[in-house]
Design a protein. Sequence first.
Length: 186
Amino acid sequence: MSDQSTLRSGTAAVAEGTILETSRLLLRKFTLKDAEALELCLGDPIAMEFYPAPLDRQGVEGWIQRNLGRYERDSHGLWAMVLKDSDQVIGDCGCTVQEVEGKNEVEVGCHVRRDLWGRGYATEAARACMEYGFNKLGAKGVISMIRPPNIPSRRVAEKNGMICEKVIWWRDYEHCVYAKERSCDE
């Protein structure tokens, strides 16, 4: 595992809900109290350009509820992305199980509040989540499903060593399937 991120364990981290820590970020389990902060990201029409629509408060609360259900069912999901220096929730990142072409895959997904784009938070968080997928979930590979015109997200995947293996029709839209296999030393 790189020195960029460390997996948290122990009673204190579990009590806080912290799953991962990087040099600048904590990734922790969501609570419904995160809805207002998360709405600044998921409710932004520009940040959600490649989704069917931005989410209103009810949609954001549903997003959080789906992830709370994933934690129970799968032991992982999208987590709140928190700036360590301010304790601000600035988006989400994590590992979810997605069915792609009849196969369950571990997908790394990420959203960052638009006013913080270009600072490397998405790359940093996604890298930690990829490592989590390999080291904690035992995944042989991870993917990211990215719409072809979403150049910033494609760059994040590429910076983290992912390669676009193919383009498929998925959930009513064309998606690039970015993938990375676990390396021998992980």
